[in-house]
Design a protein around this ligand. Structure first.
Ligand SMILES: Nc1ncnc2c1ncn2[C@@H]1O[C@H](COP(=O)(O)O)[C@@H](OP(=O)(O)O)[C@H]1O
Ligand SMILES: [Mg+2]
Length: 392
């Protein structure tokens, strides 16, 4: 496969990219059911798809399903004793006595998805996985990160809110070695392959609905991006939809950040949810450096895909004070953005530190990613200048 380099083995790269492709298939099936069965479910006829976590954020059959298949595939491919995974979901809610329906929906989704594994030259279970197998695979993702060793970092569905709204979301898998992210893979099943399909000035879900398939079978939406540390290249593969779900073509093309360094021509992208990033503050920063365009608001790490691919020039995220960013929300994105030629730091201009457990400890105020050092320096300077007068 294209894009490998020494810290990451060719097999690690291949399994990671293919596992994310396969996972995108699971997500797409669940999202379709979710969107089409809305309303019917209240009558109690469909299996449950969504639950909620302690913080009231949603978690779905697809979050657990993706975590289970990625964990199972990595263990099968490399041996479970060699695989450590830090991942977002735990099994508590799934193991409650009133969650039988949810668990069986997860197990069904996992088995249906793994049946497609041979199409990607990935291992397939000899027999249908049981509830215990699936719960075991999810539970095995219990690593806690840190400065030493080799471990995977997985956000099975980043942007679950976008996912349940039929909108953008990402499957994000990264590999870390001794505290550094060395491989990032981002699956973006609803992200248009061609930038002509992007509509900057409209609500983003408009693009999620544009999903026709062309005569050569290439869908206009859906891609997997990946990069290995030090390769100075990032790659994109379109998701190819066949009759029975995604098929593997392996075609990848190099992607590159935008060459725009004039703020007047630049577009910022940021979270859709005001609760996740202060839109007023970012608008003030954008204004003070003379950024001319409307912001592109997108759920999930698809924003990093947008920067890496040159669809937007600046990413900013400023969470409310007290919120601690988690490594799985940024690990895959950072290596893809940087290898595509971008710059990514905290608001003080320092590299993000992935080596201190599950949180990005020591993060200075917020996260900034830019296509070039010129814009990055201007944004960091503008944040510095406007911080004191902000309420953050
Ligand atoms: N109060 C908060 N402030 C900042 N980020 C938050 C947040 N609550 C949740 N998030 C994170 O923001 C992610 C979604 O990003 P975005 O807002 O860019 O779409 C969530 O990922 P999950 O959907 O995987 O939980 C979650 O990790
Ligand atoms: Mg997330």
């Amino acid at each position: 496969m294209e894009g490998g380099e020494s810290t990451v083995s060719a097999k690690e790269l291949e399994v990671a990219v293919k596992a994310v492709h396969l996972a995108c298939g699971l997500c797409e099936r669940v999202q379709r059911r979710l969107v089409s069965s809305r309303g019917v479910e209240r009558g109690g006829t469909s299996p449950p798809i969504i639950s909620s976590k302690d913080d009231d954020s949603p978690v779905t059959v697809a979050d657990w399903g993706v975590q289970a298949i990625v964990s199972w595939l990595l263990s099968e491919s490399f041996g479970s004793e060699n695989v450590s995974i830090v991942a977002e979901e735990d099994v508590e809610a799934l193991s409650e006595s009133n969650s039988r329906g949810l668990l069986s929906a997860v197990v069904d989704a996992v088995n249906e998805c793994l049946a497609d594994a041979p199409r990607f030259e990935l291992p397939k279970p000899d027999k249908i996985l049981s509830d215990l197998d699936v719960v075991g695979a999810i539970k095995r993702c219990n690593a806690t990160g840190g400065p030493k060793g080799r471990f995977w970092v997985l956000d099975p569905i980043d942007g679950t809110l976008g996912f349940v709204r039929g909108n953008q979301y990402a499957v994000a898998l990264a590999l870390m070695v001794d505290g550094k992210v060395v491989l990032g893979v981002l699956g973006c099943p609803n992200y248009p392959v061609n930038r002509e399909f992007l509509s900057y000035h409209h609500q983003y879900y408009n693009t999620a609905q544009h999903s026709s398939t062309t005569a050569n079978g290439l869908s206009e939406k859906g891609c997997v991006l990946y990069a290995t540390r030090g390769s100075r290249k990032a790659w994109m593969q379109p998701l190819v939809r066949g009759e029975n779900g995604f098929t593997w073509k392996g075609d990848a093309r190099v992607i590159r950040v935008s060459s725009i360094d004039d703020p007047a021509m630049a577009t910022i992208c940021e979270p859709v949810e005001k609760a996740n990033s202060d839109h007023t503050f970012t608008a003030g920063v954008a204004d003070s450096v003379g950024l001319g365009n409307q912001p592109l608001r997108v759920y999930s790490m698809v924003k990093y895909a947008a920067i890496a691919r040159g669809d937007a020039e600046v990413f900013m995220k400023f969470s409310r004070s007290g919120y601690k960013e988690k490594i799985w929300d940024h690990a895959a994105g950072v290596v893809i953005v940087e290898e595509a030629g971008g710059v990514m730091t905290d608001a003080g201009g320092r590299p993000l530190d992935f080596s201190r457990g599950v949180y990005l400890e020591g993060l200075d105020r917020g996260i900034i990613a830019c296509c070039c050092p010129v814009l990055h320096e201007k944004i960091v300077g503008a944040v510095y200048a406007s911080w004191e007068s902000s309420n953050l």
